[in-house]
Ligand binder design. Structure first.
Ligand code: PMP
Length: 364
């Protein structure tokens, strides 16, 4: 029997959300249909055909009526072997966003404080608020570097349970120096989370500092360098005591069988991944130089994107005019501390040329 539907738009039955969530805005990144899509920091290249074929072959042999390997042993062993750590130091989840959420559920939550240094990846503060934590935002300098005195001020004033450092930072692209991570550890900044979603594009990683004696965790993703944004797979490398606690908090069987296979097989193609990274880094340098030759301020990037600010036109207007040329970049111009800034993801040579041609037409 059909149950009568409530009229669309009726307020009957609409429940108020938690008081502390009322002001929450959610994550905005418009998915517009365009010719050149350079707005979400995905890889412009698909993964290798050999990977796709190996995945299809293994998927055809899966016993789909069985739950997945709950501790994802094969995947964790492969990730651990690649990084030269023990599998007990690896925690994997559905995208690094779920890794971050599980970290915050475990070490932050209601009554605890989470520190970020803005501008940075929006989801750190967003997830922290969703799990009920107080967010304390430190400020970066005008050139987006983080002043050690500001790091110290924030940590000593708020005694956070979790402190985030994103390196390379999103949306600025800047790589944090090693001594900033060491400073936070010395300051007792709670669990220090180095979000390294873009690490392979940079020349430094905090991974070398991770061991059982320090409250330091590095998070990574398969969404960027591995060309697997559609898979939703990320992981953390941290102390063994940290991984054990996260495993108690995350939902049982959260990582499905297909994803575990996809990630394990991807690690057979490290050389292909490094090739893609080399191409993107070389295109990033070409794009940075071309942007700097126009009336544009360019932030130095160690990632697969570039933050830039036009000098002669409002950022929002430039974003719209690029869209008129069917080129979509990320509009950061309305975000706090990022007036007039736009962020472009490095694409293929053709996509990057289309972006530069459109820019020249608009600006020069
Ligand atoms: N961290 C940073 C800094 C990011 O930019 C992103 C993706 N935009 C993520 C984490 C999340 O990546 P995913 O959930 O796709 O692994």
């Amino acid at each position: 029997m059909l149950v009568p539907q409530k009229p669309v738009g009726s307020l009957l039955g609409v429940l108020p959300v938690r008081d502390d969530l009322r002001a929450l805005e959610g994550y905005h990144s418009p998915q517009v249909d365009v010719r050149v899509r350079l707005n979400t920091n995905e890889s412009p290249f698909p993964p290798p055909v050999e990977w796709r074929d190996a995945l299809a072959a293994e998927l055809s042999r899966v016993e789909w009526h069985r739950y997945p390997d709950r501790t994802a042993d094969g995947l964790r062993e492969a990730i651990a072997a690649w990084h030269g750590v023990s599998p007990e130091m690896v925690f994997a989840a559905n995208g690094s966003n779920e890794v971050l959420q599980t970290i915050l559920l475990t070490y932050a939550g209601a009554g605890r404080t989470v520190a970020t240094f803005e501008p940075t990846y929006q989801m750190h503060a967003q997830i922290a608020r969703v799990v009920g934590s107080t967010v304390v935002e430190g400020d970066r300098n005008d050139d987006f570097t983080l002043d050690p005195a500001e790091a110290e001020r924030v940590v000593t004033a708020s005694r956070p349970s979790v402190t985030f450092l994103t390196s390379p930072n999103n949306p600025t692209g800047l790589v944090e120096p090693a001594d900033r991570v060491e400073q936070l550890l010395d300051l007792d900044a709670g669990l220090v989370v180095a979000d390294e979603a873009y690490a392979q594009f940079a020349d430094w990683s905090a991974l070398t500092l991770v061991d059982d004696d320090r409250p330091l965790v590095v998070t990574r993703t398969f969404s960027k360098t591995w060309s697997m944004a559609g898979v939703r797979l990320g992981y953390a490398i941290g102390p063994t005591w940290f991984v054990r606690e996260l495993e108690k908090v995350v939902l049982p069987y959260h990582l499905d069988t297909a994803k575990q296979i996809a990630g394990r097989l991807a690690l057979r193609y490290v050389d292909d991944m490094n090739d893609r990274v080399r191409q993107i880094v070389s295109e990033r340098e070409r794009l940075s130089e071309a942007l700097a030759a126009m009336p544009i301020d360019v932030t130095p990037s160690g990632a697969n994107f570039i933050l830039f600010r036009p000098q002669t036109i409002a950022g929002r207007e430039l974003w719209q005019r690029l869209l008129d040329h069917s080129v979509l970049v990320r509009d950061c111009s309305g975000w706090p501390r990022l007036a007039d800034c736009l962020r472009v993801t490095i694409g293929t040579v053709d996509e990057n040329d289309a972006f530069l041609d459109a820019l020249r037409e608009i600006l020069v």
